[in-house]
Design a protein around this ligand. Structure first.
Ligand SMILES: Cc1ncc(COP(=O)(O)O)c(C=O)c1O
Length: 393
């Protein structure tokens, strides 16, 4: 990324998402220790930030530097992430007799997924805060992204992933110089291992929403969506939700843009797509108190959707409620059908998570939640090439 004299970050506070208690944003923070909930960051949006300023900004997530938590631009660790394309899915839309179906394709990001956005911001912040060792439980893509950004920043990376994750996810981490630990189980088991290894506080724990910086990187998708749709948001956005940072981040961006006067309402209906084999949002909606008791999550070919106990569940539910959205579950068989429709009609080898959004679109069209004439955006959060092992199997 070329260096610009960027306008300073407008960060104004960091606070507990449950009780609003403030935390010092000048020091390394994890989650809100007061309530054991995610920390959120807010910005001073009162002074004007004209949209025209973006015209002269980097072609990466760092074009939104003012709205990100890094204080000194010299600390930016970038591999040119973001500014991924949005384009119409003409053939898939036509197959459903639907005109305005779009894809935001995150494939072009470094390491092949949208995880690059969050990890670019989090590792930049880690550099700024003098952190030397990071640890991450991952379903695959976040581990690769952490390893790559840590390599660039000279930070040590430890990646913990389920043993059943396709080999390429493990190999890329090793190639970037990370330590890789494999666990029998799901990402929640990897999270337990990370906590165990970090008893002495040796590492900075990059678990989803257990630190406040990755969310800020992910929110740049929301800014880009608005920019790419010329500040008129689509009617429906369909997101494949694991830990939920994309869902929560996109919504956060919309709220910030509204405050700055960049966009007006109404906001899109947000859809959280999950795997039928691991659908904690559905469980939490059914029974918000006891949902974990009889929940039996399983692995799926969409590795990123196998997140049984998302730390940011409350924030995801808030977004679904505020946007009049809903959650949809997709089976592995349906996901494979979606992958094949994408490859054969659009020439795109989409990730299983991305394919799930297309299958959810079909279901919502059939149920009448989506109607003709609406503008619908699907998110392909990663490349399908890393999942060939799952798909061929
Ligand atoms: C390709 C892909 N899509 C979606 C997700 C879910 O992302 P999040 O946990 O931020 O909801 C992941 C997570 O690993 C992923 O790798």
């Amino acid at each position: 990324m070329e260096k610009k004299n960027l306008h300073p970050s407008r960060i104004s506070k960091m606070y507990c998402s449950n009780c609003n208690k403030q935390y010092d944003y000048h020091v390394a923070q994890t989650f809100a220790t007061c309530c054991s909930k995610p920390l959120l960051i807010s910005y001073n949006l009162d002074t004007p930030f004209p949209v025209s300023r973006l015209g002269n900004s980097p072609q990466s997530i760092w074009r939104y530097f003012e709205l990100l938590p890094v204080l000194n631009e010299a600390n930016i660790v970038s591999l040119n992430e973001g500014m991924t394309p949005v384009f119409p899915l003409e053939k898939l839309g036509a197959a459903q007799e639907f005109e305005d179906l779009y894809l935001k394709d995150e494939t072009n990001n470094p390491t092949g997924s949208f995880k690059a956005r969050g990890l670019s911001v989090a590792i930049s912040k880690a550099k700024e805060l003098g952190i030397q060792k990071c640890i991450i439980p991952t379903a695959g893509n976040a581990g690769g992204a952490l390893a790559a950004y840590c390599a660039k920043a000279n930070i040590e990376a430890t990646v913990i992933m389920p043993a059943h994750t396709p080999q390429v996810f493990k190999d890329e981490c090793l190639l970037y110089g990370a330590e890789v630990i494999l666990i029998q189980g799901l990402i929640s088991d990897c999270g337990k291992k990370a906590q165990e290894m970090n008893k002495e506080g040796e590492y900075f724990d990059m678990s989803t929403l257990k630190e406040p910086y990755r969310l800020e990187g992910k929110k740049t998708m929301g800014y880009e969506i608005a920019e790419q749709f010329y500040w008129e948001l689509p009617d429906v956005i369909i997101y494949p939700a694991g830990g939920g940072t994309g869902l929560i981040g996109i919504w956060k961006a919309f709220k910030e843009m509204k405050e700055m006067g960049w966009i007006k309402g109404p906001f899109p209906k947000m859809i959280a797509v999950q795997s039928a084999k691991c659908a904690p949002i559905r469980e939490a909606i059914k029974d918000s108190i006891h949902w974990k008791e009889n929940f039996t999550p399983e692995a799926t070919i969409a590795n990123g959707l196998a997140v049984p106990y998302p730390f940011g569940m409350d924030l995801m539910l808030d977004v679904l409620k505020a946007s009049h959205g809903e959650t949809v579950q997709i089976s592995d068989e349906e996901i494979m059908k979606g992958v094949l429709e994408f490859t054969r009609k659009e020439g795109i080898l989409i990730s299983p998570e991305g394919a799930a959004t297309y299958m959810a679109f079909q279901k919502l069209l059939q149920s009448g939640t989506i109607t003709k004439g609406q503008k619908v955006l699907l998110l392909n959060t990663g490349t399908g090439y890393k999942y060939l092992e799952n798909m061929i199997r």
